[in-house]
Ligand binder design. Structure first.
Ligand SMILES: Nc1nc2c(c(=O)[nH]1)N[C@H]1C(S)=C(S)[C@@H](COP(=O)(O)O)O[C@H]1N2
Ligand SMILES: [Mo]
Length: 255
């Protein structure tokens, strides 16, 4: 077994234990300072291990059609409870626009046809959720690097933030996620519009969801409505870089 695979297993198992603790009704626990701190320590070890043992340009493992899971389940939001989103879905996303802005030279508003016209990639990869399930699926989408080439991030831009249509809590705070420029430009990082050869289903994030293949499932933002380039994650959500990160999950969820 290669180092990277055994480390991946270890990290997934460790993350599963942490995720299990969160799931077992430990909402209060997840918000306590010590727990967040423990995850932050785990994160710095994880990122250090990644930098020490593999270049971050390394590819996530890809599989064949024979490896495809019989189905790909939905997790978290399965259908955003949001009037604007429901209107778009009712029109088969003909009126959908992906807004791309923030620290860029050329902000863009793209239709799905515009997104489909970008250089694309198809890949069969394994999705690992911290709640303890994995599935292999085929994703087709626009390369995020190609989109970045179109909008031309300013030199100050350090992170790409994905703002989603749904919310997982009563406050209505939208789901969001973020990655750094290195993962954003990675060959396997795509805005997926197809799952297993068919249009991306609503339960899996239609019309566009992120695939950032060397990280855990919660990074793979579904229902992406707006992409924002920023120099700092402060001031977005609770400032930790993502909805689950704001509850104590690690920001760099490398596997
Ligand atoms: N917008 C949004 N993105 C999301 C989620 C969500 O609830 N809302 N759940 C995350 C989690 S925890 C996982 S494991 C995957 C699940 O993707 P799936 O529903 O296609 O299985 O999406 C991630 N992205
Ligand atoms: Mo997940």
């Amino acid at each position: 077994m290669s180092d990277s695979i055994s480390r991946r297993r270890f990290v997934v198992r460790a993350a599963t234990i942490a995720g299990g603790a969160l799931l077992a009704g430990c909402e209060r626990l997840s918000r306590t300072a010590w727990f967040a701190k423990m995850l932050a320590v785990a994160e710095s070890i994880n990122l250090a291990a990644r930098n020490a043992t593999a270049t971050r340009a390394a590819m996530a493992q890809e599989f064949t059609e024979a490896d495809l899971s019989p189905s790909f389940r939905s997790n978290g939001t399965a259908n955003p409870d949001n009037a604007d989103y429901q209107r778009l879905a009712a029109g088969a996303f003909a009126d959908y626009r992906l807004e791309v802005g923030g620290q860029v030279q050329t902000p863009l508003s793209l239709s799905l046809a515009d997104v489909r016209a970008l250089p694309e990639r198809t890949q069969i990869t394994r999705h690992d959720c911290v709640e303890g399930w994995s599935a292999i699926a085929k994703w087709r989408g626009a390369r995020l690097a190609a989109l970045l080439d179109r909008v031309q991030p300013l030199p100050s831009a350090k992170y790409v933030v994905f703002h989603c249509a749904d919310s997982l809590d009563d406050s209505g705070a939208p789901y969001y996620e973020s990655i750094d420029m290195e993962d954003a430009r990675h060959e396997q990082t795509v805005l997926a519009y197809e799952l297993n050869g068919a249009a991306l289903p609503i339960k899996n994030g239609a019309p566009l969801r992120l695939r950032v293949e060397r990280q855990l499932g919660y990074k793979m933002a579904k229902y992406v409505m707006r992409i924002e380039l920023v120099d700092s994650l402060a001031g977005i959500g609770d400032g930790q870089g993502g909805y689950w990160e704001d509850q104590g999950y690690q920001w760099y969820a490398g596997i």
